[in-house]
Every structure is written in structure tokens, then in C-alpha cells.
Design a protein. Sequence first.
Length: 470
Amino acid sequence: MNLFFVLMVLGSSLLGWGTEKTLLSRIDGGGDLYEFSETQSVGNNCIARRKWIEIEGRPNQAAATVANDILREEITVGKRLDRKHCPPRGSQLKYEFSNEIVKTRDWYYKSQEPYRPIVRPLGLRVTVKISGKSQIVTEKCIGVNLLSGDVFEINKLFKFQWGTELSKKMRNFLGKNAPLVQKNDEIDRGLLDWLEKSLVCATEQGLLISPQNITIPPNIFDVSDSVQYWNNQLEGRDSSQGDEIQIVPQELKYQATQERNLSDRPYRIFIPQVTGSNPDLVKRVSDLIAWEQMSSNAASDSSSKQKITLKTKMEDEAFNRFYAAYSVLLNSQKVLCVQWHESTNYAYPDDHFYRAVISLETGKKLGGADAFDNLQGLLSFLHKDQIRTINEKIAEHDGEGKDFPEYTARFQRKDLDYFYINEQGIFFEFRYAFPHASRAAAPQEKFFYSWSQIKPFIKRTGPLAPFVSG
């Protein structure tokens, strides 16, 4: 049992005894943040005080309940302070235990993509103090994703954005305050290790590093970018109620080794569980939207495909290097669209998306020929937007790179099979073949069109016809 856990147990008390509840603030998007406090005494020489935060009235109260349980666990709310933790009766000693979780700031991140929601994490500071016995104070700073309920330690956020660019920016910013650690490789893992071992708290000014009292402003380290990682947890808990099928999250647990994990809790991932009145359709859809099937379909070399389960993949990959989560983009008009988002964080972090659009009448995956008329006309339509975005990228760099061979690539007939949809419209993606280190030179690769814009190309007797009718 580590020292921090021992301290938290020593500072525990009985929930409901002397408990007070105060409204702290309203939450943007719905719900309230409440502050609870309680006091418990054992005799006249031993007292425990506790303060913590809970979330109520959220649209997704299930996520709030997950967060509340974890926050209560942080300071062991509900545990009675026992006489054995206190000075002997008649002793002149006096012990005071104090555990607190306080709000430090809100973070807000709004994606520019139509299908991704706003992420609203909450910055919290957890403090455990024991006065009169050992004068020990321990503390850490955590974040809570208010949409998903997941809790993470803020000092671990760096690893999800770390690379050559961020390490150079941090070194330049820190200057003489930079830690005396050896720069032992290109991405300066020594600096990353120092940051992960420091106390890092979210404040209105940026990220505060203690005990050096250094504040990293947002333009050096954009908290929003790393917070996107935690939105994956929301995607992985998506539920959907349709006329033909229903999808609910099913939890898998994975215990990472200490050096991989963000905390000592089991790592959780959620897979889609399909239910419905038609067993054959349920099985077809379940097979099609499984991570194993969708990631396998996306493999460029089908001859080298290996049969690997998601759980095995999670166990084989370091926690900070792999993550996968699903989301239901659409489940209506007898059409289902599911997405898997896979993140890797090697020397160059990367994201992969696997998507499937499925007819709930046939239980089959839809391709371009199933959904569109005039495929050549649709390609010409897409090429015009491609050329426009390529020219915009060249102009952005003052003409530099205009002769890149990658800029000659265009949508092909096979690319039309990989469209995906939501209630607002349809997406087409084209990935330019730039090496990862040069991805910044790539033009826009995702093209979104509303249903009214794409209507001329929708097959009138096809499965997408209901979205453009009327």
C-alpha cells in the first residue's frame, strides 16, 4: 500500500455525519457542480474534515455518476475515522485530518467537425493533510471529462502531445528554469519524464508546475489539443436507440503495467453491443461493426492480415501508445453508421478512423454503387473541391511546394466506397501520401456536404434516398 493511499484512508470519515451541500456553479451544457463538506470527531483530540465536489443534473448523468464515484474514492468518502487512527485517550496530542477536492478551472474545447461534441473537462486539486502527527501534505491535480466521466492526472497529459516540436517549445520557454536532465534523444524524453513527475495543475493562466511555480501559457501547451484524447472515452460509451436495432456500450477492462498506466485504476474500453428483434440482423451488424472486422477491412495488404482481438491489441500495446473507441454517427431511416477511432502515440502520434455505413434492411455494408447515381459526375464534383483546397494550401505557403507530386492525386472510383454519414450530411475522405513528418503540407482531406448539397448524386431508389426526400 503506497503512502498516498494510506494517508487518504487515515483522513476518512462517515458520509452523512455533519455533511453540508452547497451549489458551487452551473455547468455549461446542463447540470450543477456541488461542493460537499463533512466533519467527524473522535473524542476531543481527533477530528477529520473533508471537502469534495460532485456533479448533478447532467444530460448524461451516467457519466457524472462514474466521475462522482471516482472523486469520492480519491478521498475515501464514506470511511469512518477510527479510534486507532487517533491519539490515546487522555493524551495531550491532537490530530487533525483534512482531505479536499477543489475546483481549479474549466476547460472548453469545441471541435470544428459537425459530428464531434464539445468537451468540457474540469480541473481539480486533491489535497491530503495530516496535522499533529507527521505534518504530511500530499496533493495531485486531476481532470474530469464532464461528458464521459473519466478522470485523469493532468501531469500525464503531456505524453499525448509530446514530440520534437513540443519539446523544443518547452525547452525554449523554460530557459534557465529547465530541469537539469540529459537530452538523451530527439524528442527529449528526459524533459517529459520531469514534467510527468511534477505537480501540474490547470489554472486560468495555463498549467502551473510545482514546486518550481512555473506557469505554462496555453500558446506553449494547448490543453485543448490533449483534451481531445479524452473525448475518445465519450465515443467509446455511445448508445443508440433505432427502430431496427439498439446499441449499448459493453465494458472491457485492461490493467496496464505501472509504467504504462495513467493511474492505478484498470484501463477501460467499451465495445458496441447490438440488440434487436431480428437475430439474423443483430448478428450481421455485430460482425460488421466489430473493431476486428473494421480495422481488418482498412488494412492495405489483405494478405498480411492477422487475426487479433481488440483486447489482445490493448494488452500488446503500451497504454500511452494505443487507444480505440467507437461512436454511432447515425441510426435512423434503416441506415446505421458506426465509427472506430484508433489513436497511436509513437514518435509521431497518429489517428486512424474506420467507418461503416450499413443498410438495416439487408444487413450489408453500403458502397458507392449502392448509394450514388452518376459516379463520374460525383468524382468531378469532388475534384473541383480538391483543386480548390490544394491551391489554398499552396497559397498559404507562398507558392512553396506547388510541384509536390502528392498534389496531383485525386479521388478515384474506389474512394467512393468509404463515405460516411450523420444526420447533417455526408463525408468523403482522401488521404494524401505525405510522409508523417510532412503531414503539415497536406491540403484538406475531409469534405463534408449537407444532404441538400449532395442530393443530385443520391440514388433515388437507394438506401440514402429518405435523407434527401421532400
